[in-house]
Write a protein that binds this ligand. Structure first.
Ligand SMILES: [Zn+2]
Ligand SMILES: [Zn+2]
Length: 373
């Protein structure tokens, strides 16, 4: 225990304000911290300074010290050795100055991200679109300027920890006494709490609000992709950065087109005679009134593909377009009349099929890419 006057250890007089005490401690702790000061007595001085600050920064201990001197705090269990296990300077200031510059990241909590589902049509994805979304998010309360305290006034001191952000409990055990330091749960270690809640937000500093936002749908986006809009999520606590808004895209299934990556697929039904003798047909295009006229030569095979360049979907973030792929589906009737049967039999007699030699390009097995020994 020291016999020195605690105020004089901190270069102060008895009328020092809490702010003076804090400032002096900061200055002296920096000066004497063993990491910085290699002089022989630096560590001892550092412990003295820390001890003085520990007593004088605690209103209750300070009152006892002011009235009874060292006697008043003799049973406190606090002595220099409590301060001998500190780590670096950063730890010191974290321990003593919860809620000030060194722990900004703790006090200003970033807001959470939010997600909004948005359905878009294939046409909208093809052309690009602007959609309005409605969503709810927590925004900073303007009445209290995000503090939660009425009219944005300064937060009050936490009663639980007297504004230190820490709860210290002295445990006496067989081999000595231990100081158990815990973060104050009342103020989550901030030292400050809302003492006079803002009526608008009940002291939370944020409130739920419905918002609308116009969103540009980029050409070529796919189901499952997300659009991120920075800082439009939930507001942070006490001035923390807002989270982000994520828009989860679902592209609605189309009536006639299917999509494979950036290509569109159009399944065309073809009758047997058409497949044999060929035909002309207008193929529907996405976002175009006029059909794409196509001539199909005789001898179309089931599953044959026809490609129309640049009539597919835009490739995201490029100026290029995929293909429209027309798939030939030859429809074999399952029911026919007796008359049709007769006609087909007549026709059948004139068509010959070489069952021994199927040309490679017509082989179904070739399409599967199967190798045989
Ligand atoms: Zn408020
Ligand atoms: Zn507290």
């Amino acid at each position: 225990m020291t016999n020195k006057e605690l105020y004089s250890i901190l270069d102060l007089t008895r009328d020092a304000s809490p702010e003076d005490i804090k400032k002096s401690f900061r200055r002296l702790a920096m000066q004497y911290h063993p990491d910085k000061n290699k002089e022989d007595d630096a560590e001892e001085k550092f412990k003295e300074v820390s001890f003085a600050y520990n007593v004088l920064s605690d209103p209750e201990k300070k009152a006892r010290y002011d009235s009874f001197g060292m006697e008043g705090i003799a049973n406190e269990g606090a002595n220099y050795s409590d301060f001998s296990n500190f780590g670096g300077l950063g730890d010191i200031f974290d321990a003593f100055f919860q809620g000030t510059a060194s722990s900004q990241k703790q006090t200003n909590l970033r807001g959470t991200d939010i997600a909004v589902e948005l359905q878009v049509s294939l046409e909208e994805v093809h052309e690009g679109a602007n959609k309005t979304i409605h969503f709810e998010h927590n925004i900073a309360c303007s009445k209290c300027k995000n503090t939660g305290q009425k009219n944005g006034a300064q937060l009050g001191e936490c009663n639980e920890c007297n504004g230190t952000g820490e709860i210290r409990r002295v445990e006496r055990q067989l081999f000595g006494q231990f100081v158990n330091v815990m973060s104050c749960s009342m103020c989550t270690g901030q030292g400050k709490v809302v003492t006079d809640p803002c009526e608008d937000c009940s002291g939370f500093g944020i409130k739920l609000e419905e918002s609308t936002k116009d969103i540009d749908i980029p050409k070529g986006i796919r189901s499952g992709q997300k659009i991120r809009i920075s800082n439009q999520g939930n507001s942070g606590i006490r001035g923390g950065v807002p989270g982000d808004l994520y828009i989860h895209i679902t592209v609605i299934e189309h009536d006639i087109f299917k999509r494979i990556e950036d290509n569109l697929i159009y399944e065309m039904a073809i009758s047997v005679p058409d497949a044999i003798i060929g035909f002309e047909k207008g193929i529907p295009l996405i976002n175009e009134e006029k059909k794409h006229k196509m001539k199909f030569k005789p001898g179309i095979q089931h599953g044959q593909l026809f490609r129309i360049k640049k009539k597919g979907m835009p490739r995201l973030n490029t100026n290029t377009l995929g293909e429209l792929i027309v798939v030939a589906n030859i429809i074999i009737p399952k029911k026919i009349t007796n008359e049709q049967k007769k006609l087909i039999q007549e026709l059948g007699g004139t068509l010959t099929v070489d069952s021994k030699k199927i040309p490679d390009e017509l082989s179904v097995l070739n399409k599967f890419g199967v190798d045989f020994e």
